[in-house]
Design a protein around this ligand. Sequence first.
Ligand SMILES: *Cc1c(COP(=O)(O)O)cnc(C)c1O
Length: 305
Amino acid sequence: MSDNTSLTDVLHIQTPTPEQRVSINWPGSENIQLTVKRDDLIHPIISGNKWRKLKHALYLAQQQNVSQIVSFGGGFSNHLHALGYCCHQLNIDFTAIVRGDYSKSPSPMLQDLALWQTNIQYVNKITYQQRTNPDYLHAVQQQSPQALIIPEGGSQQQALLGVANIIQELNSTYDYVIAPVASGATLAGLIQGNGDDTSAAKQIIGIGVLKGKDYLTGLVNNLLPTECSTTSWKINHDYHFGGYAKSSPELKQFCLDFYQQTAIPIEPVYSGKLFYAVRDLIAKQYFEKGSRILALHTGGLQGDR
Ligand SMILES: *Cc1c(COP(=O)(O)O)cnc(C)c1O
C-alpha cells in the first residue's frame, strides 16, 4: 500500500471533485458566472481541504511505515477530526494535543476522536502557544520518538502540494478563484498550484474568516516558497463577522437560504463567510461583467453540529 491510489482507495476519497455551475438569484448575479468546486464532497467525514493538506504527509507516513502521528488543534478542530479518522482507518496511533481542557464537555469532534481511539492530551493555552516552538516540539518528539509530528491545521509547506491538485483538476479556466483563509495553507496551495501559468485563474482571492490583516497575509507569505509564483492574489478582510467561529443571525440565515436555493450545504465558520462575501462582492460590482468565478467549497460540514 505505498502508492497514492491505495491510500485514496482505503479511505474512499472522491477526487477529482465536481465543478458545479450554480445559477442563483442574487443582485448582479446575471453579470457573472458562478461555479463551485465541491471539495465538500471529498468524503463524508474527512473535511475537504483537510484531506488536500494531509494527503502528502499521509502518503509519506504510509511509505515509511510510521506507527504514530501527533498533531495540534482546538476543541472544534476539523483538522484533528480528519486526521484522527484517517489514522484510525490506517491503523496509525494518533495523539491529539488540544488547546484547553474539554474533558468535562467534549465537543462532537472530540467525542468522535475518542471513538477512534485517539490519545487526547488537553493542554492549557500557555502550553499550546508553544506549538511551533522548536524546543517544545523537541520535547514532544522525545516523548514519542517514533512519531511523525504534523503542525496545527496540517498547514506545512508540504501541504501546498496537495492543495495544488485542486488547480490541476480544473476543467475550465476562471477569472477569479475564491477560498476561505484561516491558517493560509489552502490559499498558498492554490497560489502555488496556479504557478506562473495564469491560464487556470487570473486572480486568487482569499476571504479571511478571522480578524488580523497583516497576520493572515504573513501566514500565506511564510508558506509560499520565495519566487514560487507570479499569480496575483489578495485577501479580503471584510467578512470575518467579528472573528474566528463568530457568526450572526444574518449569516446563519444566509447559510439556510443558500442551501435552499442551490442544494449545496454550507456552514457559518468557513463556507458561509465565503459565499456571503461572494454575494456581497457581486452586488457591489467588484467583478467585471462576464467574470467567471470559482468558489472553493472547502468542506467542514461535520463541524456544523
Ligand atoms: C481549516 C478549514 C479552512 C481554512 O483553511 P486554511 O488552510 O487553514 O486557511 C477552510 N475551510 C474549512 C472547511 C476548514 O476546515
